[in-house]
Ligand binder design. Sequence first.
Ligand SMILES: *[C@@H]1O[C@H](CO)[C@@H](O)[C@H](O)[C@H]1NC(C)=O
Ligand SMILES: *[C@@H]1O[C@H](CO)[C@@H](O)[C@H](O)[C@H]1NC(C)=O
Ligand SMILES: [Ca+2]
Ligand SMILES: [Ca+2]
Length: 358
Amino acid sequence: MHCFVFLFIFGCVNKALCLQSSCGVEQELATTQGAAGCGWNLKRPAATVEHRTVSVDPDAKYSTLANEEMPTVQGEEKKLQTRSDCLMVSSGYGILLYGEGPQRPVHVDSFYMDIQEVTNRQFQNFVNATGYVTEAEKFGDSFVFEGILSETVKNQITQAVAAAPWWLPVKGASWRHPEGPDSNITDRLNHPVIHVSWMDAVAYCSWASKRLPTEAEWEYACRGGLRDRLYPWGNKLNPKGQHYANLWQGDFPSHNSGEDGYIKTSPVMSFPSNGFGLYDMVGNAWEWTSDWWAVHHTTDQQHNPKGPPSGTDKVKKGGSYMCHKSYCYRYRCAARSQNTPDSSASNLGFRCASQDQR
Ligand SMILES: *[C@@H]1O[C@H](CO)[C@@H](O)[C@H](O)[C@H]1NC(C)=O
Ligand SMILES: *[C@@H]1O[C@H](CO)[C@@H](O)[C@H](O)[C@H]1NC(C)=O
Ligand SMILES: [Ca+2]
Ligand SMILES: [Ca+2]
């Protein structure tokens, strides 16, 4: 089933102004507590990183099979068309430390964006067609949030991330086994695929004849046509008492009340879409972008910026079901975080974009 929705968007988006009432508070929270919370420091030990170079050659490895076996369930895409004189200003909430500011005018050409995070079912299709093995499966482990592990698995773990002790490297954790060997995705085929590295995400998107969105494209898509807003739907986190994203309610990291209905990932599209018809742009799973991470940006106007030419970390956007304001206020369109390209974790996934309709 191929469903495409053609959406023309006229209007300028994305001047994320610092809100006077909350900016100072946020800056303080971010600098004191933010660093480790969003999956930062989930770096593989240097020793294991070296033998883990994965080459992705879509032509050689995937295209033949891909042509024979296209996914039976194809996610929808939206065309996001921008006017040529439209200025998009990326970021600008005021967290200079993480490169959210200063505000800067950016133009992005029209592109197609998946309306949902790539699901386990879609990823399974890809793996069935290509035999692809993810980096977490090759390494033999992946990071899982302690709060969702069984006692059996927890008891077998001896190391943790110093700055974020609730992240545990779990042997056998992968997209097929999100909380380790005693878990599976049978009942979660419509949830976002997680435990996928940046390389894995690139491999999937290439197979689908797509690509990862740039950070600027991702942010443009997140804003859903609204100006100067924190979230894809506006400035209030819970308008009319409703939840608009799968986030964390309660106290992080000890108690997740699951008030929004989910303490782990949720099926994609469980919460309302934004003005562009895109779902889960914030919350549920973090999403990889194609950009290398940097915190210094030019304030000159840019056309289709693609980030720095090189780096050590890739930018991820949108926050996850683990984000709570006290610790990881990253469920804003402007917010950003980073991981090394070979990182994988129980709250990190992706969606694809493309220049042409796929
Ligand atoms: C992938 O293959 C497995 C094993 O053959 C099968 O159970 C599953 O339904 C397939 N998934 C898709 C999405 O086709
Ligand atoms: C998957 O996990 C569920 C419990 O979460 C279990 O009941 C089921 O037997 C498991 N399925 C497989 C194929 O391991
Ligand atoms: Ca939740
Ligand atoms: Ca998301």
